[in-house]
Structure formats: C-alpha cells, structure tokens
Design a protein around this ligand. Sequence first.
Ligand code: PHE
Length: 352
Amino acid sequence: MDNSPELDALLARLDTGASRDRISAAADVAELEVVERDLLGRRSGAREVREAIKGLDPSERPVAGRALSSYEAGVREMLAERATALAAAAAAAGEADAAERLDLTLGGHGLNRGHHHLVTQVQRELEDIFVAMGYAVAEGPEVEDDWHNFEALNFPPGHPARAMQDTLYVKLGRPEQVMLRTHTSPVQIRVMQSQPPPIYCVMPGRTYRNETLDARHSPVFHQIEGLAVDRGITFGDLAGTIEAFTSAYFRTTVPTRLLPSFFPFTEPSAEFAVGCVFCEGSGCRVCSQTGWIELGGCGMVDPNVFAAVGIDPEEYSGFAFGFGLERMPMLRYGVNPIKTFFDGDIRFLSQY
Ligand code: PHE
C-alpha cells in the first residue's frame, strides 16, 4: 500500500542530512543551542510534524511516529557529539590563553620587604667608591687584643687612649688585654700581616668607646679605615685620595683640608676636613660658622707599625685614614642626634 501524499510530505520534512549540516556548522556552544531550538524546539519543524501526525489516517500514524522518533533521536545524538567536541576545543583554547595571560592585578597593600640600615647603605656606597679606585675590602673582629688594637699601632704603654675611660674591656684573660676595638685601625695590622704589599684596602666595621651618649658621640659607632702600602706612596697621594672619595660621596667637588694632628701609628698625622657641603664654605650652623666639617684622622704609616708587621719601611711607604661612618649620612641628610641610628625606630629607618 502506497503512502498517502500527506505522509510523504511529513517524512520529507524530517531531513537528517540537512540537520547534520546545521549542527556541524555551529561554531560554539551558544550557536549550538540556537540550532537545537530550531531543530527540536516548540516552533521547530519536528514539532509541526508531531502536530500534523494527528491529521493523518490512523493506519499511517505509527509509521510517521516512528520516523519522527528516530529523526529526533538522531538529532539529539548529533547535538551531544557536537557539544562534546566544542567543549574540548574551548578547553584547549583556554589553556593556550592561560599561558599568554598577563596578571595586571593592581597590587594591594603587599608585604613590607625591609631594606638595609642607613649605616649599612653608606658603608656599601663607600666600599663601592673605593673598589672603583682599586681597593679591596677587609674586615676584622670587633673583640680585639691589646696587641692589635694598641701595641702594634705604636701606642706607647700608658697612652691615654688605653685608659679605662676610652676603652671598653672584656672580662677575658689577663686584665685589660681583651677589649672591644676602639677603632678599625687594628684591621690594618691584620691585613698587613696577611699579605705583602702592594696593599690598597678599606676596612669598615663597628667600633666601641666608653663614651657618654650625646648629640655626636655614641659608645657604639662605625668607622671605615683606608690603607695604601706600596713603593713611593706620598702624602700627596693621601691628600688626593681623600679629595677623590669625599667628592664621590658628596657628588660634588668638595675642597679638603688637612690640619696637623697626632696619632701614634701615623707620622706625620693630620685631621682631615671637607668644605661644608651646606654653605659651601661661607659658614653656617652645621659647620659652626667655620666653613669646614671635620671627618677623621689620617697620615703616613709610622715605620714602627711597619716594623710590627714585618714590612721594610726603606722599601715601602704608605698612608692610612679613618673616619666615622655615621658622620657621612649625618651630613648628607642632617640626621641628628647620632643615637637616631641605633634606636631602631622604623619611622626613621624606613625613610632611607
Ligand atoms: N684610628 C683613628 C681614630 O679612631 C683614625 C685614624 C685612622 C687616624 C688611620 C690615622 C690613620 O681616631
């Protein structure tokens, strides 16, 4: 028995091939949803076919119903397959994106990482200046013995600097034989003992004196020592070196001045001063109207010191200088009093 024309018309509308083309053309999940609605939804051709089946001859209804069911099942299967393929493609693309993604989040409050203490910064800066001039950097112990701190540096017995009011002794060994170093000069001795000339070396570190705390003095402070030992070193080399490193530190050409002074381990000895960086020499409060700022001591290495470390003073000569590290940032930033460096107040420290 032939199909009625009505049944053939309905079956013709269930076009699986055309539906497959539409499903595979869907480029993403959103498009696929539109296609699904078009093919199976309330206004779809399939729904119209279902309605139309009621108007068929009862004998033809089962044929049409089966054809519709198998069409719908096929379409659902194709939709599910396409959805899976699109999801896999999206996941792969997402991974590729993640690899190229830049995190442009603006940082919140972040963690405070901390930084070097101002004295350490100045120490490093001076080390850099001297290293650029060909100097090495050396360190020595903060607890010293009498020989390194005094004796080898030509302090005669009974020299006032050995007396209790200057030196903080450590209760160790024989009385007054072990102490907190009063200057960095004992490191000169250790360096000269450990290597033959030529020596170009700076020695920074912490030093101690039995001193009452005031605006400019502290029982603990830092010094940096310089030592050059070579053939033909002159006082002129010393003067030029002082001018070179002070100009480098203050980032301007600063005049320097040497005034006669005395240290047991240098001869001749001098105090060195720099032209006041605040008033450029015209006189102000920082330089007490003198136009000059005292920095430290210096001089030509005394032959007795060379003798103590076994360097021939006939063959070699040398200069040495030493000054307080805290003076430098006090001058550059106007830090005052000196105890500010040691209070550990984060409001001060975090400014530098
Ligand atoms: N050590 C001396 C002091 O502490 C400074 C100095 C160093 C002087 C080197 C001359 C040479 O005062």
